[in-house]
Design a protein around this ligand. Structure first.
Ligand SMILES: [Zn+2]
Length: 164
């Protein structure tokens, strides 16, 4: 179940899971515009509304494309901090086509990599190593993770679940 997030100016901003949307509402960062009254969210704290459309209380600046600028952190997040080569926890990023071979700083050419894989790969190509990517790197779709403060809200949600 997905929820449409509207900016404070009521223009569509992102589509997030209803959980994220509910978190924004519970954190008083957003208000519910439309809720699915037929399907409330059940929790041990009772029923909560299931938001279909929410509107942020504060305007989120979204300069053209700047949200999707490729960044180390953005790549790690997109890849869920998992190495694209071996699947283990990753905290470095790697150029699939090495920079020395003309590889660019793009979403399609950058992946999360663990330090051992990154070191072994160095400036070699996948073909040289016989390695395969576990997924095809793409520019992430425009989504809720781009709204600042969501990480903290996720923590709030976890605490909320643990408390119940
Ligand atoms: Zn690895």
């Amino acid at each position: 179940m997905r929820t449409l997030v509207l900016n404070a100016g009521y223009e569509p901003l992102a589509v997030v899971t209803f959980r994220r949307a509910l978190l924004l509402v519970l954190a008083e960062k957003a208000s519910i515009v439309v809720e699915d009254v037929a399907a409330p969210v059940r929790s041990t704290h009772g029923q909560l509304p299931r938001p279909t459309v929410i509107v942020l209380k504060r305007y989120v600046r979204r300069p053209y494309r700047s949200m999707n600028h490729v960044s180390r952190r953005g790549v790690l997040r997109r890849d869920h901090f998992r190495c694209a080569y071996c699947g283990r926890a990753a905290n470095t990023i790697d150029h699939v086509i090495p920079r020395s071979r003309g590889g660019l700083n793009t979403w399609e050419n950058l992946v999360a990599a663990c330090l051992p894989c990154n070191s072994r790969k160095a400036d070699k190509t996948l073909a040289q190593l016989g390695w395969k990517l576990k997924f095809t790197p793409r520019e992430p779709s425009y989504g809720g993770h781009l709204i600042s403060g969501l990480d903290r809200i996720d923590e709030t949600w976890n605490e909320y679940l643990q408390a119940s």
